[in-house]
Design a protein around this ligand. Structure first.
Ligand SMILES: Cc1cc2nc3c(=O)[nH]c(=O)nc-3n(C[C@H](O)[C@H](O)[C@H](O)COP(=O)(O)OP(=O)(O)OC[C@H]3O[C@@H](n4cnc5c(N)ncnc54)[C@H](O)[C@@H]3O)c2cc1C
Length: 483
């Protein structure tokens, strides 16, 4: 029998909101919360919004009985997602409650909670933990994908702070897995840390939180930061700054971004490099870590070097103001060992040529280069922890994001994204180092062998066969990308 609104609705509890696409719908008018409108997805069979845990169980059982594949949604920002006519899309928007336990130093949040839900609740109680840099991003998708965050240099990836997960399995059972689990349940818990989408519908996650007071921030919650901006003729000075800060042993979080200068600058629309440092610790230590930004040959070559302070509670506010969903967005990401100042300079000049050729069409397309702090990541999720975020020894994350594009510019910007990634991976390639990528930053159609080692892929497939023998949940490593 064809899947219609009425037969799904009659099979599910009345507390489930069910919708099926109309003949006028495209994938992204129907799934209107999705961040990007690009990719090979086709319309799903239906979208369901459950209200209770029993609703989720009923949805999974209905999918299993009707040969559908369940695809849960938290923040709808994920790139490793594909929908087809067999997809039963489950929007977890009613599972956004957040519970902070001061004594246990944990936060538990629902399977639909966004960073914008968790961050204010945790900081209001005097704690912090890993979360993404924009409020619209889903916490569950972020944990499953690894999770870069400001506190990574001291506390590791967001997934490294996962304590337990409660979810509905393919058989419709509710299970809780944790770092204390053993056997197959421990394997499943490990999978959730960096590669776990496609094993169940997560009802809630519990993560470690840390007292903000321990950071010794200025005025208790002020995160010191510095931002320098370089015009095209001074890109070599930015490359020099990269040489000085990109392997800094301090917990400074650094990002260099190639972008078109924003409208409030006199060189609006011209290519610039913005270099930013943020320091999750005492202001006096921050000033030492930021010294290279003020060094001779750097400060005098920059358009500006601006110190500042961001309050922990509102650290995502500026980016949140620019958040936009439902447009042509894409990402070309990689984790690399080697990224010299010379390669940075070549990549920045390539970006500048892209701006020269295409002007305003480039919009907010940008490239970001970000040191990964491998020594911390190997400690927080390496040997003995069995996290599925595999490439912990890579020094840098690189990302080109063709962003908010007009339809006819999409192929041009995607080609630029591919070429930039090739260039930024060039030093590793010359040394025979294989491609690597963080699951959370991967785009649709990524080769899963770039995300997971052969051993981890093998474990994933065995666990998938054990926990989900009928393939009720879509998983890229098992189902592939064919629509
Ligand atoms: C604007 C923007 C900013 C970003 N910033 C950061 C950042 O600072 N740091 C970083 O590391 N990454 C960042 N990312 C990447 C982001 O972490 C990943 O794209 C992540 O997968 C998004 O999760 P989501 O819940 O929003 O997406 P979704 O598309 O809802 O989910 C992603 C995956 O998780 C699965 N999933 C979601 N909810 C559940 C559930 N309840 N149960 C089971 N499976 C579920 C989905 O099926 C899908 O496979 C950013 C992305 C965007 C678009």
């Amino acid at each position: 029998m064809a899947t219609t609104t009425s037969n799904i609705r009659s099979a599910l509890p009345p507390s489930c909101a069910v919708s099926t696409p109309s003949s006028d719908d495209t994938v992204y008018t129907f799934l209107s919360k999705r961040w990007s409108t690009l990719g090979p997805s086709t319309l799903p069979a239906a979208a369901v919004v459950p209200s209770t845990e029993d609703d989720v169980v009923a949805i999974v059982q209905f999918a299993a009985a009707n040969g559908l594949k369940v695809l849960p949604q938290c923040g709808a920002c994920g790139g490793l997602v594909i929908t087809t006519a067999k997809t039963l899309y489950v929007d977890m928007e009613k599972f956004r409650e957040v519970d902070v336990d001061r004594d246990a130093r944990t936060v538990t949040f629902g399977g639909g909670a966004l960073a914008g839900d968790v961050q204010p609740a945790v900081t209001a109680k005097g704690f912090y933990t890993g979360w993404p840099n924009m409020g619209i991003v889903g916490m569950v998708g972020n944990v499953l994908g690894g999770g870069l965050n400001l506190f990574k240099p001291i506390k590791g990836l967001t997934c490294d702070n996962l304590i337990s997960a409660r979810f509905v399995t393919a058989s419709g059972d509710i299970v809780e897995v944790s770092s204390e689990s053993t056997g197959a349940e421990k394997q499943l818990f490990n999978l959730l840390k960096g590669a776990g989408a496609g094993f169940g519908v997560i009802l809630s996650l519990t993560m470690r939180i840390y007292p903000t007071a321990e950071l010794g921030l200025a005025d208790g919650t002020g995160i010191s930061e510095v931002m320098a901006m370089f015009a095209r003729e001074d890109f070599d000075a930015a490359a020099k700054l990269w040489e000085m800060v990109s392997q800094s042993p301090s917990p400074m979080s650094v990002i260099f971004v190639f972008m078109a200068a924003p409208p409030n600058m006199s060189i609006a629309g011209q290519p610039v490099i913005m270099a930013q440092g943020m320091y999750p610790g005492p202001a006096s230590e921050a000033q030492k870590a930021f010294a290279p930004f003020n060094a001779p040959g750097i400060k005098d070559r920059a358009i500006m070097v601006k110190p500042g302070t961001t309050q922990l509670e509102t650290m995502n506010a500026q980016r949140d103001a620019m958040a936009k969903k439902g447009r042509n967005m894409d990402v070309y990401n990689g984790l690399v060992y080697n990224l010299s100042p010379e390669t940075l300079l070549r990549a920045a000049n390539k970006f500048a040529e892209f701006v020269d050729t295409h002007g305003a069409a480039v919009g907010r397309t940008n490239t970001g280069l970000h040191p990964m702090h491998p020594e911390t990541l190997l400690r927080t999720g390496g040997a003995g922890e069995d996290s599925f975020m595999c490439h912990r020894d890579r020094n840098f994350n690189v990302q080109t994001a063709p962003w908010d594009l007009d339809d006819d510019f999409v192929p041009v910007a995607q080609q630029h994204g591919r070429e930039m990634l090739e260039l930024l991976r060039g030093e590793d390639r010359a040394k025979g180092i294989p491609n690597a990528i963080l699951a959370g930053n991967a785009r649709v159609e990524t080769d899963m062998t770039e995300i997971l080692s052969p051993e981890k892929l093998d474990i994933l497939r065995k666990q998938k066969a054990e926990w989900d023998p009928k393939g009720v949940f879509w998983n890229a490593a098992v189902d592939g990308w064919a629509v």
